[in-house]
Design a protein around this ligand. Sequence first.
Ligand code: TMP
Ligand code: ASP
Length: 251
Amino acid sequence: MTPLYEGKAKRLFATDHPNELLMEFKDSATAFNGAKKAEFENKGRFNKALTVLLYRALEARGVPTHFVREAGDVALIVKKVDIIPIELVVRNVVAGSLAKRLGRPEGVRLSGPLIELYYKDDALGDPMINDEHVRELALATPEEVVRLKAFGLRVNDLLTEIFSGAGLMLVDFKLEFGRLASDPATVVLADEISPDTCRLWDAQTGEKMDKDRFRRDLGGVMESYAEVLRRLEKELTSGESPSASASLSLS
Ligand code: TMP
Ligand code: ASP
């Protein structure tokens, strides 16, 4: 079957349902806008499983996502969306490109969550933009930008708490959003949430547990992804989730 779209880490396929797509996670890893590439056995499986756990947890806490259901080991059925070409990065701790841009050491906690917007355009290397560039390029309405930022802060609060319960510090992460094909006024979280799109440091040791292990040639990339999955499964499937407690109190 030919994908409708093939990106660096995922493929999208049509389904029998006009408003649903199949999103398949690949084993490929890229960094620096595709300049560095590698294949990691099981990466697709880990990132799919992590995205499902996190999307279910976010949905249970009132955050709408494009997730519909699982479709095997490496794929999900997702709602068809028109992706808003803005990558929203939320940062809690100085790391990565922020450390370089501001000349601050990695690991310094920011005074509060810091939001950045990037123009999702591979040919341009995803440049950082601000609200005025968004307006000029008509990437989203001003109301949508306000909504995306509020979404980002809410997701940051929720993910910070979830990862903290799993002994992980959420340093920063990237979100993408889409307008539902069935209802373009509704914006939902799209793409994936995984160690490819989040910086996660072990809360005790500070060890990097995310794609920086690949970007920086630290080794043990899949061992870290597997450990993040193990901890999140324990955190999100053993304890009482809001939906579990809601159904308990109803029964
Ligand atoms: P950065 O420090 O390289 O700008 O990355 C910030 C966060 O965004 C980090 O958690 C990794 C994530 N990210 C992506 O998901 N995709 C990308 O293309 C880039 C550059 C970063
Ligand atoms: N995802 C981007 C790339 O493929 C960059 C990154 O995550 O570092 O190249």
